[in-house]
Write a protein that binds this ligand. Structure first.
Ligand SMILES: Nc1nc2c(ncn2[C@@H]2O[C@H](COP(=O)(O)OP(=O)(O)OP(=O)(O)O)[C@@H](O)[C@H]2O)c(=O)[nH]1
Ligand SMILES: [Mg+2]
Length: 441
């Protein structure tokens, strides 16, 4: 996959590529597999999404192939005969890429690449997603996380053939790790680079931990959702933030947090996070853990769904799957059905509301019903958070600094020798201090 380390990739080059300027667009043939249990429209929908991913990466789709199988073939995934005719079709169409919707094992990948020869690059869904993330990453943290995931994905795929091909071809699926100029790349060097990136990430995480410590006292809400669901639009609409919004996959990879002043006078922190997608490569999920700390530490997760998408249920499942992989399935959450304005038939809205009876229906772009969403946040806040007075007698004054660490102190007065702190914060934390202190208020 990649060629230049992300640090060397200039912003302009990335922007240029992202907008399809400069680098010529490649052409791609998509391959999907229909298992006995998969309904035909589902395979088509998955290939539609793969096509969008390919476009986002800078390739025009020139054809798609669906192969029926009972189970994957160990050597070539789709079977040797089919693989041969696939390559022939790719050659006839003059395409640069063959993209599999499913993930290929390193040996399947190698075998298929051998059959495809030097003019066609074989990649799988994970490789494609990693490529897009490589192009979209802007911050040091995102770039480090993406390169780490790319190298981990590549490590078992490194081979003589692979590096040889790297020298011949650039383009999609070949950026983001070692390569091109560094043709002697081998597993040892890749492992060393992985260790280096892991260390970098540790530093970034500890910087983030210091920042997030300051935020611990606030009630935190995380916007989570499928890519393109409207998370950034919603953050902008609610807080006046200016996060980049676009009708494309993975417009924003970085977490942005802004204060949201609720009409009840309380202030909470609202975070926009990286978009999810069906079968997000697990290396990416693992390395994006630090970006996703905002989700891990959130008091409330808002699952943003594009209510106008026919795949809304599948998107919901994909969100839950990723949250499960992050160990966050039990977090308090609410569903937000966005793009209300784009639903043209009342029947489908009614059906969605039956499927998600507790959902808040909004339009982030048209700013419709945002007050209802704020009311849901207020309600969650007041269920979890409390404001009380803590009376700290002089013999327990050592607790005062701990209170300051854990809670927001609104006021500090004295009643003779007793310090009276007016605090706000999570009910559970307040209760633990109350039980330590004598003379509860
Ligand atoms: N019709 C309609 N379009 C919306 C609404 N909210 C967002 N959009 C559009 O949906 C597209 C994606 O919006 P973003 O806010 O970038 O989506 P996101 O969830 O942040 O996407 P990623 O950053 O890719 O994960 C943009 O074209 C928005 O203008 C809405 O309420 N109605
Ligand atoms: Mg976004």
């Amino acid at each position: 996959m990649s060629t230049t380390p992300p640090d060397d990739r200039s912003q302009t080059t990335q922007e240029g590529r992202a907008q399809g300027q400069g680098a010529p667009r490649e052409t791609a043939l998509l391959v999907g597999v229909r298992w006995p249990s998969t309904a035909p429209p589902v395979v088509e929908e998955h290939l539609d999404e793969l096509g969008l991913l390919a476009q986002t990466a800078g390739a025009d789709v020139v054809g798609r192939i669906i192969q029926r199988r009972d189970r994957p073939d160990a050597a070539t995934y789709i079977g040797k005969g089919k693989a041969k005719s696939l390559v022939m079709q790719g050659q006839e169409l003059g395409c640069d890429l063959i993209i599999f919707d499913e993930d290929l094992s390193p040996s399947q990948h190698k075998n298929l690449q051998k059959m495809a020869g030097e003019d066609i690059k074989v990649i799988d869904r994970s490789g494609l997603i990693l490529d897009i993330f490589g192009k979209r990453a802007r911050s040091r943290e995102a770039k480090t996380q993406v390169e780490l995931a790319q190298l981990q994905y590549m490590l078992p795929r490194l081979s003589g053939l692979w590096t040889h091909l790297e020298r011949q071809k650039g383009g999609i699926g070949t950026r983001g790790g070692p390569g091109e100029t560094q043709i002697e790349v081998d597993r040892r060097m890749t492992r060393a680079r992985i260790r280096l990136l892991q260390n970098d990430l540790k530093h970034i995480v500890s910087e983030r931990a210091t920042q997030s410590h300051r935020r611990q006292q606030a009630f935190r809400v995380a916007l989570v959702g499928y890519t393109n669901a409207g998370k950034s639009t919603l953050l902008n609409a609610l807080t006046g933030a200016q996060v980049y919004v676009e009708d494309r996959l993975f417009a924003t990879l970085d977490t942005t947090t802004r204060k949201l002043a609720l009409s009840d006078g309380h202030t909470v922190l609202l975070s926009d996070t990286v978009g999810f997608i069906r079968k997000l490569p697990h290396h990416l999920i693992a390395s994006f853990r630090s970006t996703l700390t905002e989700v891990a530490e959130a008091d409330l997760i808002l699952k943003i769904l594009d209510a106008s998408s026919p795949q809304v249920m599948e998107h919901f499942e994909a969100i839950n799957e990723v949250l499960g992989e992050l160990g966050l399935s039990d977090k308090p959450s609410r569903v937000v059905l966005n793009k209300l304005d784009a639903i043209d038939d009342d029947g489908s809205l009614a059906q969605l509301q039956r499927q998600f009876p507790d959902a808040v229906v909004v339009s982030a772009r048209q700013r419709l019903r945002l007050d209802r969403l704020e009311a849901v946040i207020s309600q969650a806040y007041s269920q979890d958070f409390d404001q009380v007075q803590l009376r700290v007698p002089p013999e327990q004054s050592r607790l005062i600094s701990a209170v300051y660490e854990a809670l927001e102190v609104k006021d500090r007065t004295f009643d003779q020798d007793t310090t009276v702190l007016t605090v706000r914060g999570p009910r559970a934390v307040i209760q633990s201090f109350q039980s330590k202190l004598e003379g509860r208020v």
